[in-house]
Design a protein around this ligand. Sequence first.
Ligand SMILES: C[S@@+](CC[C@H](N)C(=O)[O-])C[C@H]1O[C@@H](n2cnc3c(N)ncnc32)[C@H](O)[C@@H]1O
Length: 345
Amino acid sequence: MSSLVRFGGRLAVRLRSLTRPQAVVLMAILALCLGVWAAAATGHQGLAVSLVAVLLLGVLLGILHLSRWIGGVYRANQTANREMRTVVEQLQRRVVATVEKERLSAGDRHQDLTRTITRGLRQSGHGTDLLLRAQSREIEAMFQLFQQFTPRAPMPSSGDFALNPTDLLDLLHLVRLREPRLVVELGSGTSSVWLGYALEQYGGKLISLDHDADYARKTRAMLAAHGLNAVVEVREAPLRELTATGKTYQWYDTQALDDLTGVDLLLVDGPPAATGPDARYPALSVLEKRLASTATVVLDDANRQDERDAVLRWTQEVPGLTEEQRLLGRHAVLSYSRTGAPVSV
Ligand SMILES: C[S@@+](CC[C@H](N)C(=O)[O-])C[C@H]1O[C@@H](n2cnc3c(N)ncnc32)[C@H](O)[C@@H]1O
């Protein structure tokens, strides 16, 4: 009973899902069946046979229509399959082309990377080589410095903020050759101690300026440890605004220089570059009038652009100032002659 109910339910669902033409055909078949049954029951044999013939014709036409419809679906399927195959083939070709392109560009990138790494290795090898050679030069210079002077206390280290041994060696050589009586140093430190020993030996005095109270104290303590207080005086000169050739700089308080005249050797090693651009340029604007009629100016760190520019401007702006050739270190040496007469070197 329940299976009959289920069947009835399914049938009802199917009947509801029929399209309008399908429903019309079904109604027509049912009507014909009913007609056949009624004609047979009422003894109208001829009508019953005719209706059966119509029914058979309808079924035949239905089968014909169905076979044509199935043929159409089959052909449409085949066309869709062919199109699908074409799309898949095109996709395959595109994927293969993309993979090939990526493979080639990865190959190129790999080659570029290999070249860069090779170049880097070569350069770092070259850099190491240069560093080793520079180190040997500094060690040779250090040996020569200690051969010339015998310090009375451990010497502070050179390099970094302090003058390198090669620069110190050349500076002390200048002191020995030119025997300056008054030396002014802008930026105190290790160089003050070495200069102190040289001036003690060859005669002369050093006035060293420092903008930083702590560094000034440290340098004074080092000089005391080496017994050089009589030869070197460290003056604290905080940075102040100073205008030189139309521009404002942070430079040493010029009051610290007020009593100085006849400076034979000027060492420009401050203010530090971090205090502003062209930090050391004002040195000659302030100190030219305090130089002796012939004097020497030494500028450290002349390998840097700001210092190279300062040398160029000084030689253009200060009459009688010319740059000398140097073989050692990174400093520049300039000779000054107020009268314009050549300086004997
Ligand atoms: C280039 S340093 C002077 C160095 C000095 N002429 C020498 O050769 O030892 C210029 C100024 O930097 C400051 N200074 C020195 N050593 C420093 C350091 N290690 N770090 C930061 N500033 C330093 C001091 O005030 C010094 O006057």
